[in-house]
Design a protein around this ligand. Sequence first.
Ligand code: SF4
Length: 301
Amino acid sequence: MRVTNKFGLPEFLAEPAKEAYRTKCDYSVTELVRPPQITRLSKIHKDQLEVDISDQLWILLGRAVHDRIGARAKLNHDVTKKVHVEEQLSTKVGEQILAGTPDMVEVYQIDGQTHATIYDFKVTSVWSFVLGDKPEWETQLRLYQLLVREAYSVPFENITLKICAILRDWTGQRARREPDYPQLPYHEVEVATISRDDVLTMAKERIAAIEDGTLCNETDRWQRETTFAVMKEGRKTAVKVFSNSAEATEMVTRLGGPHYIEERPNNWNRCEQYCPVSKFCNQYQEHVAEMVTTNMDEIGL
Ligand code: SF4
């Protein structure tokens, strides 16, 4: 992957690519967590991919937090716990080698049995935490559970999974004003575990989806439905947003005067702004071509 610096930012902000897996693996946990098509195209086009320093700043911040917490954890003086920080682990899933690097794993004894807690640190936005990325986070931790069982000889059912989220844009003012807003900038969430068989099945299905060319679905594309906003001249925000045009038309007819409808087409949000392989993706390129044709038809060209 090539790192660009389109905005001339200081080079010290460039986040070095994570060290390649010393263990030769077929798939990393990150690759299994992402939509299958992104992983497939990233592997095919790995030498042509680009990332700009400006897009890496949040990653840099996240890594800084990991490094700091890791350094503190290594000073652990609790002799009843063994702490492993960012160790690369691997295991076999069918015929494939799966590798990953959990942020931190504590291994300890309870009643003569070995137990472990896997911690994953997330530096994330309030919006993302409240609304969000949790299914991907859960999948990531469950895949780590496979690795930890093997690496540290911990019975699968004795492993606890924890997400530790630091909310980077949290404000005390909103916390005081809004009871539903997170009341602290730090949250720990325990992820429910599922059986080892179910995790293995999920991992195999994900590998199969990468290899058989499964396309992205609406969730993968962060797709938003087309909506119809009733607008009023001179006002920036919508009076009301509807999911169908009939209700919006009825409201505009009723309100009359300076009201009008603004159609907000379904956007493939991830493809448009965040997907690293969008220029290699036929699914997205065909969608763009279809939208252009539709727009030309609408304006009579
Ligand atoms: S561009 Fe969109 S459809 Fe294509 S791989 Fe990326 S997210 Fe999926």
